[in-house]
Design a protein around this ligand. Structure first.
Ligand SMILES: [Zn+2]
Ligand SMILES: [Zn+2]
Length: 357
Protein backbone atom coordinates (compact mmCIF):
# COMPACT_ATOMS: atom_id res chain seq x y z
CA UNK A 1 0.00 0.00 0.00
CA UNK A 2 2.80 2.36 1.00
CA UNK A 3 4.74 1.45 -2.12
CA UNK A 4 1.75 2.33 -4.27
CA UNK A 5 1.31 5.64 -2.48
CA UNK A 6 4.97 6.51 -3.15
CA UNK A 7 4.64 5.43 -6.78
CA UNK A 8 1.48 7.53 -7.26
CA UNK A 9 3.19 10.51 -5.63
CA UNK A 10 6.21 10.24 -7.93
CA UNK A 11 3.93 9.83 -10.99
CA UNK A 12 1.90 12.90 -10.03
CA UNK A 13 5.06 14.90 -9.43
CA UNK A 14 6.37 13.83 -12.85
CA UNK A 15 3.10 14.82 -14.51
CA UNK A 16 3.23 18.18 -12.71
CA UNK A 17 6.78 18.76 -13.98
CA UNK A 18 5.74 17.80 -17.52
CA UNK A 19 2.80 20.21 -17.43
CA UNK A 20 4.89 22.98 -15.89
CA UNK A 21 7.92 22.74 -18.18
CA UNK A 22 7.00 20.36 -20.99
CA UNK A 23 4.20 22.29 -22.70
CA UNK A 24 6.22 23.34 -25.75
CA UNK A 25 7.29 19.71 -26.19
CA UNK A 26 3.69 18.47 -25.82
CA UNK A 27 2.44 21.11 -28.26
CA UNK A 28 5.07 20.11 -30.81
CA UNK A 29 4.14 16.43 -30.40
CA UNK A 30 0.44 17.21 -30.93
CA UNK A 31 1.22 19.31 -34.01
CA UNK A 32 3.51 16.64 -35.51
CA UNK A 33 0.81 14.03 -34.97
CA UNK A 34 -1.86 16.16 -36.67
CA UNK A 35 0.54 16.81 -39.56
CA UNK A 36 1.26 13.13 -39.94
CA UNK A 37 -2.40 12.16 -39.94
CA UNK A 38 -3.80 14.84 -42.24
CA UNK A 39 -1.45 16.58 -44.64
CA UNK A 40 -1.16 15.25 -48.19
CA UNK A 41 -3.25 12.16 -47.47
CA UNK A 42 -6.07 11.12 -49.80
CA UNK A 43 -8.51 10.08 -47.09
CA UNK A 44 -11.00 8.93 -49.72
CA UNK A 45 -8.89 5.85 -50.52
CA UNK A 46 -10.25 3.96 -47.51
CA UNK A 47 -13.83 4.32 -48.80
CA UNK A 48 -13.54 1.80 -51.62
CA UNK A 49 -15.14 1.66 -55.05
CA UNK A 50 -18.73 2.81 -55.50
CA UNK A 51 -20.52 6.10 -54.94
CA UNK A 52 -19.36 8.13 -51.96
CA UNK A 53 -21.43 11.24 -51.20
CA UNK A 54 -19.84 13.94 -49.04
CA UNK A 55 -22.18 16.37 -47.27
CA UNK A 56 -20.09 19.54 -47.57
CA UNK A 57 -23.02 21.80 -46.71
CA UNK A 58 -26.26 20.71 -45.05
CA UNK A 59 -27.51 24.21 -44.27
CA UNK A 60 -29.68 26.85 -45.89
CA UNK A 61 -29.45 30.65 -46.21
CA UNK A 62 -30.30 31.01 -42.51
CA UNK A 63 -27.19 31.51 -40.35
CA UNK A 64 -26.06 28.32 -38.69
CA UNK A 65 -22.88 27.90 -36.66
CA UNK A 66 -22.45 24.26 -37.68
CA UNK A 67 -23.79 24.02 -41.20
CA UNK A 68 -22.32 25.46 -44.40
CA UNK A 69 -24.54 26.40 -47.35
CA UNK A 70 -25.86 23.62 -49.58
CA UNK A 71 -23.26 21.35 -51.16
CA UNK A 72 -23.06 17.63 -51.91
CA UNK A 73 -19.87 16.29 -53.43
CA UNK A 74 -19.74 12.89 -55.06
CA UNK A 75 -16.81 10.60 -55.64
CA UNK A 76 -17.65 7.83 -58.10
CA UNK A 77 -14.67 5.61 -58.75
CA UNK A 78 -11.89 7.97 -59.75
CA UNK A 79 -14.12 10.87 -60.75
CA UNK A 80 -15.26 13.62 -58.40
CA UNK A 81 -18.11 16.11 -58.79
CA UNK A 82 -19.50 18.96 -56.71
CA UNK A 83 -23.21 19.81 -56.67
CA UNK A 84 -23.81 23.40 -55.52
CA UNK A 85 -21.24 25.39 -53.58
CA UNK A 86 -22.89 27.16 -50.67
CA UNK A 87 -20.99 29.53 -48.44
CA UNK A 88 -18.31 27.78 -46.36
CA UNK A 89 -18.87 24.40 -48.04
CA UNK A 90 -15.61 24.20 -49.97
CA UNK A 91 -13.56 24.54 -46.78
CA UNK A 92 -15.66 21.78 -45.21
CA UNK A 93 -14.99 19.64 -48.27
CA UNK A 94 -11.24 20.14 -47.99
CA UNK A 95 -11.37 19.47 -44.25
CA UNK A 96 -13.02 16.14 -45.10
CA UNK A 97 -10.05 15.17 -47.27
CA UNK A 98 -12.07 15.20 -50.49
CA UNK A 99 -9.75 14.63 -53.48
CA UNK A 100 -10.08 18.09 -55.04
CA UNK A 101 -7.62 17.12 -57.78
CA UNK A 102 -10.12 14.57 -59.09
CA UNK A 103 -12.93 17.09 -59.67
CA UNK A 104 -14.22 16.67 -63.24
CA UNK A 105 -17.11 19.12 -63.12
CA UNK A 106 -19.45 21.10 -60.90
CA UNK A 107 -23.25 21.19 -61.20
CA UNK A 108 -25.58 23.94 -60.01
CA UNK A 109 -29.17 23.20 -59.05
CA UNK A 110 -30.29 26.82 -59.52
CA UNK A 111 -28.87 30.30 -59.13
CA UNK A 112 -30.19 31.33 -55.71
CA UNK A 113 -27.29 32.95 -53.90
CA UNK A 114 -27.04 30.34 -51.13
CA UNK A 115 -26.23 27.67 -53.73
CA UNK A 116 -23.50 29.59 -55.55
CA UNK A 117 -21.80 31.86 -53.02
CA UNK A 118 -18.85 29.46 -52.58
CA UNK A 119 -18.28 29.07 -56.31
CA UNK A 120 -15.26 31.41 -56.46
CA UNK A 121 -13.54 29.28 -53.84
CA UNK A 122 -14.43 26.06 -55.66
CA UNK A 123 -12.99 27.31 -58.96
CA UNK A 124 -9.84 28.46 -57.20
CA UNK A 125 -9.26 25.24 -55.27
CA UNK A 126 -10.04 22.97 -58.24
CA UNK A 127 -7.58 25.05 -60.31
CA UNK A 128 -4.66 24.77 -57.92
CA UNK A 129 -5.27 21.28 -56.50
CA UNK A 130 -5.85 19.78 -59.93
CA UNK A 131 -3.09 21.77 -61.69
CA UNK A 132 -5.83 22.30 -64.23
CA UNK A 133 -4.94 23.12 -67.84
CA UNK A 134 -8.55 23.96 -68.77
CA UNK A 135 -11.30 25.78 -66.82
CA UNK A 136 -13.62 23.67 -64.65
CA UNK A 137 -16.81 22.70 -66.52
CA UNK A 138 -19.77 24.07 -64.54
CA UNK A 139 -23.22 22.80 -65.51
CA UNK A 140 -26.27 24.84 -64.64
CA UNK A 141 -29.33 26.73 -65.86
CA UNK A 142 -29.31 29.81 -68.10
CA UNK A 143 -27.38 32.54 -66.30
CA UNK A 144 -24.61 30.19 -65.13
CA UNK A 145 -22.22 31.86 -67.62
CA UNK A 146 -22.97 35.25 -66.02
CA UNK A 147 -22.34 33.90 -62.53
CA UNK A 148 -18.99 32.40 -63.58
CA UNK A 149 -17.95 35.61 -65.36
CA UNK A 150 -18.83 37.63 -62.26
CA UNK A 151 -16.75 35.48 -59.94
CA UNK A 152 -13.96 35.44 -62.46
CA UNK A 153 -13.94 39.23 -62.57
CA UNK A 154 -13.90 39.47 -58.78
CA UNK A 155 -10.94 37.06 -58.61
CA UNK A 156 -8.89 38.54 -61.48
CA UNK A 157 -6.39 40.40 -59.28
CA UNK A 158 -5.97 37.34 -57.07
CA UNK A 159 -5.32 35.17 -60.14
CA UNK A 160 -2.49 37.50 -61.16
CA UNK A 161 -0.97 37.34 -57.67
CA UNK A 162 -1.00 33.56 -57.67
CA UNK A 163 0.37 33.07 -61.19
CA UNK A 164 3.26 35.48 -60.49
CA UNK A 165 3.98 34.08 -57.03
CA UNK A 166 3.83 30.33 -57.74
CA UNK A 167 4.68 30.22 -61.44
CA UNK A 168 2.69 28.97 -64.41
CA UNK A 169 3.62 25.33 -63.81
CA UNK A 170 1.68 25.36 -60.52
CA UNK A 171 -0.91 28.01 -61.36
CA UNK A 172 -1.51 27.59 -65.07
CA UNK A 173 -3.54 30.60 -66.28
CA UNK A 174 -5.16 28.39 -68.96
CA UNK A 175 -6.84 26.32 -66.24
CA UNK A 176 -8.28 29.18 -64.25
CA UNK A 177 -12.02 29.74 -63.75
CA UNK A 178 -15.03 27.86 -65.02
CA UNK A 179 -16.53 26.94 -68.39
CA UNK A 180 -20.32 27.25 -68.37
CA UNK A 181 -22.25 24.24 -69.65
CA UNK A 182 -25.77 25.63 -69.92
CA UNK A 183 -28.51 23.04 -69.52
CA UNK A 184 -31.60 23.70 -71.61
CA UNK A 185 -34.27 21.09 -70.98
CA UNK A 186 -36.80 21.25 -73.82
CA UNK A 187 -40.44 21.86 -72.82
CA UNK A 188 -42.10 18.64 -71.78
CA UNK A 189 -38.78 16.91 -71.03
CA UNK A 190 -38.25 16.38 -67.30
CA UNK A 191 -34.87 14.67 -67.28
CA UNK A 192 -31.88 14.22 -69.52
CA UNK A 193 -28.39 12.72 -69.29
CA UNK A 194 -25.86 15.57 -69.18
CA UNK A 195 -22.62 13.72 -68.37
CA UNK A 196 -21.44 10.23 -69.23
CA UNK A 197 -17.87 9.03 -68.90
CA UNK A 198 -16.07 5.90 -67.67
CA UNK A 199 -19.18 4.36 -66.12
CA UNK A 200 -20.49 7.53 -64.44
CA UNK A 201 -23.82 8.87 -65.69
CA UNK A 202 -25.28 12.15 -64.43
CA UNK A 203 -28.87 13.04 -65.24
CA UNK A 204 -30.45 16.45 -64.74
CA UNK A 205 -34.01 16.51 -63.38
CA UNK A 206 -36.40 19.46 -63.67
CA UNK A 207 -37.83 20.27 -60.22
CA UNK A 208 -40.43 22.74 -59.01
CA UNK A 209 -38.98 25.71 -57.10
CA UNK A 210 -41.40 28.24 -58.66
CA UNK A 211 -41.19 31.16 -59.10
CA UNK A 212 -37.51 30.25 -59.57
CA UNK A 213 -37.19 28.45 -62.90
CA UNK A 214 -35.58 26.42 -64.13
CA UNK A 215 -34.39 24.58 -61.04
CA UNK A 216 -32.71 21.21 -61.20
CA UNK A 217 -32.12 18.08 -59.19
CA UNK A 218 -29.57 15.50 -60.28
CA UNK A 219 -29.16 11.74 -60.38
CA UNK A 220 -25.77 10.02 -60.31
CA UNK A 221 -25.40 6.40 -61.46
CA UNK A 222 -22.25 4.32 -61.15
CA UNK A 223 -21.70 0.54 -61.11
CA UNK A 224 -25.33 -0.31 -60.37
CA UNK A 225 -25.67 2.17 -57.49
CA UNK A 226 -27.47 5.52 -57.66
CA UNK A 227 -28.38 8.58 -55.67
CA UNK A 228 -30.53 11.60 -56.39
CA UNK A 229 -30.39 15.08 -54.90
CA UNK A 230 -33.31 17.45 -55.09
CA UNK A 231 -31.77 20.92 -54.91
CA UNK A 232 -34.63 23.20 -53.84
CA UNK A 233 -38.09 21.90 -54.67
CA UNK A 234 -41.56 21.20 -53.37
CA UNK A 235 -42.81 17.60 -53.60
CA UNK A 236 -42.32 16.89 -57.30
CA UNK A 237 -43.58 13.80 -59.18
CA UNK A 238 -40.85 14.28 -61.82
CA UNK A 239 -38.20 14.01 -59.12
CA UNK A 240 -39.93 10.89 -57.76
CA UNK A 241 -39.98 9.29 -61.22
CA UNK A 242 -36.32 10.11 -61.84
CA UNK A 243 -35.39 8.67 -58.41
CA UNK A 244 -36.91 5.24 -59.07
CA UNK A 245 -34.35 2.49 -58.73
CA UNK A 246 -31.93 4.74 -56.82
CA UNK A 247 -30.58 3.68 -53.43
CA UNK A 248 -30.33 7.05 -51.77
CA UNK A 249 -32.21 10.35 -51.95
CA UNK A 250 -31.02 13.72 -50.63
CA UNK A 251 -34.01 16.05 -50.27
CA UNK A 252 -34.37 19.64 -49.07
CA UNK A 253 -36.75 20.10 -46.15
CA UNK A 254 -38.53 23.00 -44.51
CA UNK A 255 -40.66 22.71 -41.39
CA UNK A 256 -43.37 25.21 -42.21
CA UNK A 257 -44.86 25.39 -38.69
CA UNK A 258 -41.46 26.39 -37.34
CA UNK A 259 -40.94 28.96 -40.12
CA UNK A 260 -44.46 30.35 -39.53
CA UNK A 261 -43.66 30.68 -35.81
CA UNK A 262 -40.50 32.63 -36.72
CA UNK A 263 -42.62 34.87 -38.95
CA UNK A 264 -45.11 35.58 -36.14
CA UNK A 265 -42.31 36.46 -33.73
CA UNK A 266 -40.71 38.78 -36.30
CA UNK A 267 -44.07 40.49 -36.94
CA UNK A 268 -44.69 40.87 -33.21
CA UNK A 269 -41.33 42.61 -32.89
CA UNK A 270 -41.97 45.00 -35.75
CA UNK A 271 -39.96 43.30 -38.55
CA UNK A 272 -42.77 43.26 -41.10
CA UNK A 273 -40.53 42.66 -44.15
CA UNK A 274 -38.65 39.67 -42.79
CA UNK A 275 -41.96 38.34 -41.42
CA UNK A 276 -43.35 38.48 -44.97
CA UNK A 277 -40.28 36.60 -46.28
CA UNK A 278 -41.02 33.81 -43.78
CA UNK A 279 -44.44 33.50 -45.44
CA UNK A 280 -43.13 33.73 -49.03
CA UNK A 281 -40.51 30.99 -48.68
CA UNK A 282 -42.96 28.37 -47.45
CA UNK A 283 -44.35 27.96 -50.98
CA UNK A 284 -41.23 26.67 -52.70
CA UNK A 285 -39.72 24.06 -50.40
CA UNK A 286 -40.77 20.55 -49.46
CA UNK A 287 -41.71 19.75 -45.88
CA UNK A 288 -40.06 16.73 -44.20
CA UNK A 289 -43.35 14.91 -44.81
CA UNK A 290 -43.23 15.82 -48.53
CA UNK A 291 -39.67 14.48 -48.72
CA UNK A 292 -40.72 11.28 -46.93
CA UNK A 293 -43.56 10.81 -49.41
CA UNK A 294 -41.20 11.36 -52.36
CA UNK A 295 -38.72 8.80 -50.96
CA UNK A 296 -41.48 6.24 -50.30
CA UNK A 297 -42.96 6.60 -53.78
CA UNK A 298 -39.53 6.41 -55.42
CA UNK A 299 -38.76 3.23 -53.46
CA UNK A 300 -35.33 4.35 -52.23
CA UNK A 301 -34.01 2.63 -49.10
CA UNK A 302 -32.46 5.76 -47.58
CA UNK A 303 -33.58 9.37 -47.31
CA UNK A 304 -31.19 12.04 -46.08
CA UNK A 305 -32.59 15.51 -45.52
CA UNK A 306 -30.38 18.52 -46.22
CA UNK A 307 -30.89 22.28 -46.73
CA UNK A 308 -32.92 22.20 -43.51
CA UNK A 309 -34.98 25.32 -42.81
CA UNK A 310 -34.94 26.52 -40.11
CA UNK A 311 -31.56 25.30 -38.80
CA UNK A 312 -31.90 22.28 -36.50
CA UNK A 313 -29.51 23.41 -33.81
CA UNK A 314 -29.91 20.59 -31.27
CA UNK A 315 -30.66 16.87 -31.29
CA UNK A 316 -33.61 17.61 -29.00
CA UNK A 317 -35.34 19.58 -31.77
CA UNK A 318 -35.01 16.85 -34.44
CA UNK A 319 -38.35 15.10 -33.70
CA UNK A 320 -40.14 18.46 -33.85
CA UNK A 321 -38.50 19.24 -37.19
CA UNK A 322 -39.27 15.80 -38.67
CA UNK A 323 -42.94 15.88 -37.68
CA UNK A 324 -44.78 12.93 -39.23
CA UNK A 325 -42.01 12.13 -41.74
CA UNK A 326 -40.72 9.00 -39.91
CA UNK A 327 -44.24 7.51 -39.97
CA UNK A 328 -44.54 8.14 -43.72
CA UNK A 329 -41.27 6.52 -44.78
CA UNK A 330 -40.30 3.02 -43.71
CA UNK A 331 -36.64 3.18 -44.75
CA UNK A 332 -33.65 4.82 -43.13
CA UNK A 333 -34.31 8.53 -42.56
CA UNK A 334 -31.56 10.87 -41.41
CA UNK A 335 -30.95 14.55 -41.00
CA UNK A 336 -27.60 15.34 -42.58
CA UNK A 337 -24.73 17.09 -40.90
CA UNK A 338 -21.70 18.69 -42.44
CA UNK A 339 -18.96 16.10 -42.62
CA UNK A 340 -21.30 13.15 -43.16
CA UNK A 341 -20.20 10.66 -45.84
CA UNK A 342 -22.78 8.29 -47.29
CA UNK A 343 -21.27 5.37 -49.20
CA UNK A 344 -22.92 3.08 -51.72
CA UNK A 345 -20.30 0.36 -52.28
CA UNK A 346 -20.20 -1.22 -55.74
CA UNK A 347 -21.53 -4.77 -55.93
CA UNK A 348 -23.66 -4.45 -52.81
CA UNK A 349 -26.96 -3.05 -51.58
CA UNK A 350 -25.39 -1.51 -48.47
CA UNK A 351 -25.71 2.17 -47.50
CA UNK A 352 -22.96 3.12 -45.06
CA UNK A 353 -22.61 6.30 -43.00
CA UNK A 354 -19.31 7.66 -41.74
CA UNK A 355 -17.86 10.98 -40.66
CA UNK A 356 -15.22 12.84 -42.63
CA UNK A 357 -14.54 15.47 -39.97
ZN1 LIG B 1 -33.57 28.18 -53.81
ZN1 LIG C 1 -31.68 27.18 -51.22
Amino acid sequence: MRKWAIFAGVALFGLGLLLAFGRPWLAQRAFDRALDQNIGIDKSLVLGDGINAYVCGSGSPMPDADRAGPCIAVLAGNQAFVFDAGSGSIRKLMRMGFPMEKIQAAFLTHLHSDHIDGLGELMLQAWIAGSRGAPLPIYGPAGTDQVIAGFRQAYTTDEGFRVRHHGEKIANPAGYGGAAQIINLPDGVDSQVVYEKDGVRITVIRVNHAPVAPAFGYRIDYKGRALTLSGDTVYDPAFVTASKGADLMFHDAMNKNMVAAMGRKLAERGHANTAQIMTDIQGYHASPEDAARAAREAGVSTLVLYHMVPPVTAKLIEPLFLGKAPALFGGTLKLSQDGMIVSLPAGSKAVKFSSGL
